[in-house]
Design a binder for this molecule. Structure first.
Ligand SMILES: Cc1ncc(C[n+]2csc(CCOP(=O)(O)OP(=O)(O)O)c2C)c(N)n1
Length: 658
């Protein structure tokens, strides 16, 4: 006996509403409203195998409207994902449960990305859909040929980042991206017409999308629309007209179903109205059986895929497995060490942004998984290399993405590429614009994704562009973000070392904070050892008993060295410590920190940014030379003088503490 669509959808509705009721917290309205759409998608279209959640060629499903997390938890439970037990559903939003308030990547299988900050999901999905096309261009249809489905609400589409995402996907013609819009006219404050009047289908169409509008409670209409979307040669958006909280007789269609449990009485009335006589967390066996069948629908396709992979040329298959597994290919370290040795020998006076570009030339040649890009600042941030040809709508075999002036999308799209697998994305903009993509950077950190943010023009050292462009606080905010490694290398050798550290960290993102202005080469003696790996090290020991320690990062390390020379001239012997990465230094523990910083001697730090955070190193009798406010517009040399970030002031700070 086949189970009716209505019963399948009601299983989602009531599991979701019951879990929210039990937790006394959460959002029942969205899962109840989108239950019909989700049922059609998961039972008829989505290519997945609940028993093998990591199958690389599965379709990706992203719940961009992450507040409706019970929708995905219900789906994962019903389709038979092993870890999504009824116990987990009952423990929705409780400590230790995998059913967190919003879907968290890594907590449960089948959650492809963390969502909750509205707009991130759809943009991350653009990155996944782009990665799919790029991996397809490398390995062919037999290995990679899948769709990315996204559920968005009005909230996601009001967020600015969604405009960047929609525009970018339309431009690239990502035809395997299908967005299902929960078009329910309700958000938290009430009806959406209080705050937005956009014609969403027209907006998507204007960006080159295929658009349709359907009754989101009519399973046949939904199925026909998804079928047409799959056949389209463009990304596709289906506006699904739904009733939020569908089934709750007194609350449906209102924002009362958003963000609060329905209450026992309303929940009982909903059971009555929808013909669902089962108790809380009860799903009848035939309905569970039908859902489990949906969860196993993809087994045949998965088996066929496995057979195609087995028949593939061995070298190609090995390469596919290596890149999807996130392993770096052999040989890159030797190439980078040769580059380091060359820098030490030739001593170029490059800006570190230029040094980064040179290191990337070596790395992108050795590592085909590296995908570069920039938010319309390619020539300034030095992210394009001879090995990375642009990705275009007509050819996805390239390795360089022109993100356009879309920093926020760049961050989220890079997250999507990293999550999809097969690629290590890096993207560049000016450090000060990290604020524009901070939402995505935070999610890279939270999800532990290997994404590298290239952040140039890192201080007043950029000069004439003035205070709007001169980051003073940005490095501190990035350092405050857990699991985000901030690298501020002092010269080309350290820059190469920091790139190596960023690429070998598979558990989180990195920021490469780089100068616009030239810096002298300080690491004149070559070693294959990565001296930046411990976060800080003695660059120049004191010529005698250490009387003080000067520590610095980036372009200020050379100022520290000049101060050391000046102090030496006065018979004061000080060491200079380069601190390219606080996070790695902090991970070393006390013994190494004391060894490097020295005990019982004054510490002076110099960095062309705010002091926040430095006190943990400069401790009680320390000094700081840096910025206390915004910068100014003038040539860089004058600005360093004007703001007192000079060797003379470092000398003064040291002497005042002796
Ligand atoms: C960036 C961001 N801002 C605000 C919120 C808080 N928030 C959660 S849901 C929501 C309203 C979403 O409305 P809609 O997408 O229409 O969802 P529905 O009410 O239909 O469930 C808001 C403002 C958030 N999660 N993310």
């Amino acid at each position: 006996m086949t189970v009716a669509h209505a019963d399948m959808a009601n299983a989602i509705r009531f599991l979701s509403a019951d879990a929210v009721q039990q937790a006394n917290s959460g959002h029942p309205g969205m899962p109840m409203g989108m239950a019909d759409v989700a049922t059609v998608l998961f039972t008829k279209f989505l290519k997945f195998d609940a028993a093998q959640p990591a199958w690389p060629d599965r379709d990706r499903f992203v719940l961009s409207a992450g507040h409706g997390s019970m929708l995905i938890y219900s789906l994962l439970h019903l389709t038979g994902y092993e870890d999504m037990t009824m116990e987990q559903i009952r423990n929705f939003r409780q400590l230790g449960a995998i059913t967190a308030g919003h879907p968290e990547y890594g907590h449960a299988q089948g959650i492809e990305t963390t969502t909750g900050p509205l707009g991130q999901g759809i943009t991350t999905a653009v990155g996944m859909a782009l990665a799919e096309r790029m991996l397809n261009a490398r390995f062919g249809d037999d290995a990679v040929d899948h769709h990315t489905y996204v559920i968005v609400g009005d909230g996601c589409l009001m967020e600015g980042i969604s405009h960047e995402a929609v525009s970018m996907a339309g431009h690239l013609g990502l035809s395997k991206l299908i967005v299902l819009f929960d078009d329910n006219d309700i958000c938290i404050d009430g009806p959406t017409d209080m705050s937005v009047g956009d014609d969403q289908p027209a907006r998507f169409a204007a960006s080159g999308w295929h658009v349709q509008s359907v009754d989101g409670h009519d399973p046949d209409a939904i199925a026909a629309a998804i079928k047409a979307a799959k056949a389209a040669d463009r990304p596709s958006m289906i506006a699904c007209k739904t009733v939020i909280g569908r089934g709750a007789p007194n609350k449906e269609g209102t924002s009362a179903t958003h963000g609060a449990p329905l209450g026992d009485d309303e929940l009982a009335a909903a059971r009555e109205a929808m013909g669902w006589p089962h108790g809380p967390f009860e799903v009848p066996d035939d309905v569970v059986g039908a859902w489990r069948e949906a969860g196993a629908r993809g087994v045949a396709e998965h088996t066929a895929w496995t057979a195609r992979m087995a028949a593939m040329d061995g070298a190609a298959r090995d390469e596919f497995e290596r890149s999807v597994g996130g392993e770096l290919p052999a040989g890159w370290e030797e190439a980078l060490n040769a580059h380091k040795a060359k820098c030490s020998a030739e001593q170029p006076k490059w800006a570190t942004r230029k040094a980064s570009g040179e290191a990337l030339s070596v790395l992108t040649e050795a590592i085909p998984d590296l995908i570069g890009g920039s938010a319309d600042l390619t020539g300034s941030v030095n992210t394009k290399t001879p090995s990375t040809e642009p990705v275009t709508p007509a050819d996805f075999s390239g390795r360089y993405i022109h993100y356009g002036v879309r920093e926020h999308a760049m961050g989220a799209v890079m997250n999507g590429m990293a999550l999809h697998g097969g690629f290590i994305p890096y993207g560049g903009t000016f450090l000060v614009f990290a604020d524009y993509m901070k939402g995505a950077m935070r999610l890279s950190s939270l999800m532990g994704q290997r994404v590298v943010y290239v952040l140039t023009h890192d201080s007043i050292g950029l000069g004439e562009d003035g205070p709007t462009h001169q980051a003073v606080e940005t490095v501190a905010t990035l350092r405050a973000t857990p699991n985000f490694n901030v690298f501020r290398p002092c010269d080309p050798v350290e820059t190469a070392e920091c790139w190596a550290l960023a690429l070998t960290n598979t558990k989180g993102p990195s920021g490469m904070v780089l100068t616009r202005q030239g810096v002298p080469l300080l690491r004149t003696e070559h070693t294959d050892k990565n001296l930046s790996a411990r976060g800080a090290y003695v660059l120049a020991e004191a010529d005698g008993v250490r009387q003080a320690t000067i520590m610095a990062t980036g372009s200020e390390v050379s100022i520290a060295m000049a101060a050391r020379d000046a102090l030496n001239g006065e018979g004061i012997t000080v060491a200079v410590v380069s601190v390219p990465c606080w996070e790695l230094f902090d991970a070393q523990g006390d013994a190494y920190q004391i060894e490097v910083l020295g005990q019982g001697v004054p510490h002076v730090a110099v960095e062309a940014g705010v002091r926040m955070g430095w006190d943990k190193y400069i401790r009680s009798h320390g000094g700081f030379v840096g910025m206390t406010g915004f910068g100014a517009s003038a040539p860089a040399g004058q600005l360093f003088e004007h703001f007192g970030i000079t060797a003379e002031n470092v000398v003064k700070e040291v002497k005042a503490r002796l």
